[in-house]
Design a protein around this ligand. Structure first.
Ligand code: SIN
Length: 287
């Protein structure tokens, strides 16, 4: 089902909830400038772009990222020597993946979490290795007005510790794996506080802003109360009807809006390599 539109691209929804597949884009070529406004409109409307048939070098991936904002250097996951903002997300055959497996929004443990992420598929397993997305605006809209009102005054406490601290995750997650390079410091345990409900700075739409990987507790609630509320929200936010599934091809570029989308990297391709190049874009303080 292809939807003709005023767009110069061929577009097709990834699901009824979010995401759009885009063909006919040229992220690194002479048409990139002329196509930018349309791509950005699709990004804000659908939250996830799945742009097919691209050929990017680290420089051109960074140039595309700069259209959205400033590419970041990740404080824990090391980039390449030549381009510290570009992370090689590599899992060789025989290993289990240690990166992005579990629902999260990128870097919500930053005081100013990433606006979005750009992932370029280089080596794609013949089956598996999909990325799942969940629309947190729909998750917010589906709550009862009474619960929405209660959540408006609450704040989540976010930290990298649950995902990245070997003392919490167990060392097995990292042992024997040289494919992704980490640098650990005490900053892994730093905590930041963000509203449970955030307003999108460009569209004005509200979304839930907690996630199972990085949100540890609710600042205003006793521990058990916060755990129960987060348990409910984590289940609610991942409901299948809020989701889309991106099937990668070599040359696919995914761009997602981290301000209103969760994602989950599937670890189901043990016998195959998977290599992606990832850039995140600096965002602002959630309000
Ligand atoms: C990530 O969480 O940024 C990685 C997603 C993926 O590898 O599919």
């Amino acid at each position: 089902m292809t939807h003709p539109s005023s767009s110069s691209f061929e577009t097709r929804p990834l699901s009824a909830a979010l995401g759009v597949e885009v063909r006919g884009a040229d992220l690194a070529g002479p048409d990139a400038e002329a196509q930018w406004d349309e791509l950005h409109r699709l990004f804000l409307a659908h939250h996830v772009l799945c742009i097919r048939d691209q050929k990017l070098e680290p420089e051109s991936q960074l140039a595309f990222a700069r259209r959205f904002g400033r590419p970041e250097i990740h404080p824990i996951v090391e980039g390449t020597d030549e381009h510290p903002e570009v992370v090689r997300v590599f899992k060789p055959a025989g290993e289990s993946a240690s990166f992005g497996v579990g629902w999260h929004t990128d870097n919500s443990f930053f005081a100013e979490p990433s606006l979005g992420s750009i992932l370029y598929g280089v080596t794609i397993p013949p089956v598996g290795g999909d990325t799942l997305y969940a629309n947190q605006e729909l998750a917010w809209d589906a709550l009862s007005p009474a619960l929405q009102e209660r959540l408006m005054g609450l704040h989540g406490v976010h930290s990298a510790s649950r995902a990245y601290d070997p003392a919490t995750t167990g060392t097995a997650k990292y042992e024997g794996k040289a494919s992704i390079r980490y640098r650990w410091s005490d900053s892994i345990r730093e905590e930041v506080v963000h509203p449970v409900v955030r307003t999108h700075p460009e569209t004005g739409r509200r979304s839930l802003y907690v996630n199972p990987m990085f949100t540890l507790r609710i600042a205003e609630l006793h521990e058990g109360e916060g755990r129960a509320l987060l348990g409910f929200l984590f289940e609610h936010c991942a409901r299948p009807e809020f989701q889309a599934r991106l099937r990668w091809e070599p040359g696919t570029v995914a761009v997602w809006d981290n301000r209103c989308v969760w994602h989950y990297a599937m670890d189901d391709y043990r016998d195959h390599d998977r290599l992606m190049m990832r850039v995140t874009i600096a965002g602002d303080r959630p309000v």
